[in-house]
Design a protein around this ligand. Structure first.
Ligand SMILES: [Zn+2]
Length: 191
């Protein structure tokens, strides 16, 4: 096949040379609700074209490559005093795979146990391209399924206004869970 970025022949959808050049992660931090930190690995503009493969067949492979370059490396270096859970936003299966579940899977480590289908949005309204006001007026109405660990990492692919993650944190707090921090692939506030 051809590398999606340089169009040279490659064994994977993004060749190893492009992965090194374009997908070496950085750390971007932002604080949201209750001073909880959101750590992102890329600027939105850097990987915009790749993120647009979401909900297509190609997206499965692209999100796997992105996750291996960022979430997996993060998890390999992450240490904590106890074992904790990681929970992804909207990880219900659409079109054969869940893009946030792919990210969450790569967090598996000695300290992190990825959990699936723990946070369901009862309101499926898309926030994509919508204003902060719209997001506030249309809460996602998250519903939490039981989690044994008390400390949780939240996972999503993009942070824009932070509304979705804030609502997820509030839902977890109501369920007596502490969100240690959030991890996203890309932060849209970094252009
Ligand atoms: Zn390439």
């Amino acid at each position: 096949m051809k590398c999606m970025l340089c169009e040279n022949l490659s064994l994977t959808h993004i060749c190893s040379s492009c992965q090194e050049t374009f997908l070496t992660p950085s750390i971007y931090k932002r604080k949201i609700y209750n001073n909880i930190e959101v750590i992102s690995f890329y600027k939105y503009s850097e990987i915009k074209k790749l993120l647009h493969t979401k909900h297509t067949d190609l997206g499965f492979y692209i999100y796997s490559i992105l996750a291996q370059n960022s979430f997996k490396k993060f998890a390999q270096e992450f240490e904590f005093e106890t074992s904790i859970s990681s929970v992804a936003i909207d990880d219900n299966i659409l079109n054969g795979y869940s893009h946030t579940a792919i990210l969450n899977t790569e967090l598996k480590s000695k300290y992190i146990k990825p959990l699936y289908n723990k946070l369901r949005a009862n309101n499926k309204t898309s926030y994509s391209g919508k204003s902060k006001e719209f997001r506030l007026l249309n809460p996602r109405e998250f519903q939490l399924k039981n989690i044994t660990h008390n400390e949780v990492i939240l996972v999503d692919d993009i942070i824009t206004t932070g509304s979705t993650l804030t609502q997820a944190i509030q839902t977890l707090n109501i369920g007596n869970k502490e969100v240690l921090f959030c991890l996203t692939l890309a932060d849209a506030s970094y252009k």
